[in-house]
Design a protein around this ligand. Structure first.
Ligand code: ARG
Length: 406
């Protein structure tokens, strides 16, 4: 392998990504490591993390403010796609990876690096998402993945770091493996690896437990324009603020916790806990508005497209031809998804209690009503059913011989 001069490393400040820095130099002969820290709204002290990168041997440390593009270009399209992997997981972690990969590649270009690196292990989904996105955006760049190769236990990793002046973590290590961004938290490992054991309360930070959620329900209204959420309770908000408000409201009422068995890309099943209150609420509301404003055939087909979209994004194909084509379909359906959804939040539930759309509703009271205002022509049903059921009748006459019974 030719020697690598400069590498841009995705850096989180944890033990693994910290020891990547000396490891890249020692084992791969890299002369310069530039770290990239992504601000995705996780609420960490990024200057401190950036500082740690420099102390761990990075020549430069970049902090990328990615919260806005994360919401605008990743979370909002996911809401339009009602994105739920396995009908459950709103892709909070998965959506962040291609965006981080974008920045890694852009910084590699800026600093004329010949490689990028990340600290993902060999059995997760994140490595797949990073590598596929980097390959799509910078196919000439080498990808170095120390954690797939070093085979160190946590203790060995800490000891290795100490050799290079990287201090062992001071705070008691959480027993869990956690990934956080503005959309939510993913919690794995520790006792959660037994899928029969219920999560304990210390796992959660963004959502109340059902027990401690308010005893009084709260009714809220979410307004959408062209499939994008724009206001909550008539307060028009910028996308990032809107997500924050949705997180707060849903989280307060204990809505947005997920406990599931997940099929990872690498073929293994894993037990995953998520709390993703805001995006889950917004997807639920969006889907409801679609039921009012889209025709039944479009809804039917879009369900398939949404499912496929979610799977592709989960599996790392954010930058790919099929994803692009599905986006075109989804975008074409969203022009009329404008209106308001009313939701009651109460003790872990988000119950849809109303929906309206001034200009795009396909609901027609004059046709749906059972009152005397009914304009539906009941008699035309006979002819319709005659033909609608014809092939079934022919089949029944040929195959169901009632005289043979008994
Ligand atoms: N299983 C989830 C996903 O694939 C969460 C991964 C969390 N990542 C992490 N590094 N802890 O999207």
């Amino acid at each position: 392998m030719p020697k690598v001069k400069k590498v841009v490393l995705a850096y989180s400040g944890g033990v693994d990504t910290s020891i990547c820095i000396p490891f890249l130099k020692e084992k791969y002969g890299v002369s310069e490591v530039i770290t990239f820290v992504a601000d995705l709204g996780q609420g960490d002290d990024l200057e401190k993390i950036s500082d740690k990168a420099l102390k761990s041997g990075a020549s430069q440390s970049i902090v990328g403010k990615l919260v806005e593009p994360f919401v605008d270009r990743y979370a909002f399209p996911a809401i339009r796609a009602n994105a739920l992997y396995s009908d459950k997981y709103p892709l909070s972690t998965a959506l962040a990876r291609p965006l981080i990969a974008e920045s890694l590649v852009a910084n590699a270009r800026k600093f004329d690096a010949d490689a990028v690196a990340h600290g993902c292990t060999g059995k997760g989904n994140d490595q797949v998402r990073f590598d596929l996105a980097i390959n799509a955006l910078g196919p000439d760049l080498r990808i170095i993945t120390p954690a797939r190769e070093w085979n160190m236990s946590r203790e060995e990793a800490i000891a290795y770091g100490e050799r290079f002046g990287i201090p062992a973590p001071v705070s008691k290590k959480s027993p869990y493996s956690i990934d956080v961004n503005l959309l939510g938290r993913s919690i794995e490992a520790g006792f959660l690896e037994d899928p029969f054991l219920a999560p304990e309360e210390d796992v959660f930070e963004m959502t109340s437990s059902i027990e401690s959620a308010p005893n009084k329900p709260e009714e809220i209204e979410i307004e959408f324009r062209n499939g994008f959420p724009v206001a909550i309770d008539n307060e028009y908000l910028k996308p990032v603020e809107l997500i924050k408000k949705a997180n707060h409201l849903a989280g307060k009422h204990g809505f947005g916790r997920i406990d599931m068995i997940e099929d990872r890309v690498v073929g293994i099943k894993s037990r995953e806990i998520y709390e993703t209150p805001g995006i889950l609420l917004l997807i639920k509301a969006h889907q409801e508005l679609e039921s009012l404003t889209l025709s039944p055939d479009v809804i039917d087909f879009k369900n398939l497209i949404d499912k496929k979209w979610s799977r592709l994004v989960y599996q790392g194909f954010w930058f790919g031809p099929l994803k692009n084509a599905l986006d075109c379909f989804i975008n074409a359906t969203q022009e009329t998804v404008t209106g308001t959804v009313k939701i009651k939040l109460f003790k872990g539930n988000a119950i849809i209690v109303g929906r309206s759309s001034k200009n795009n509703s396909l609901y027609r009271e004059d046709l749906a009503t059972y009152s005397h205002n009914d304009t539906f022509n009941h008699r035309s049903a006979e002819g319709f059913i005659y033909m609608w059921g014809m092939s079934n009748k022919i089949w029944a006459e040929a195959n169901i011989d009632s005289s043979k019974e008994k």
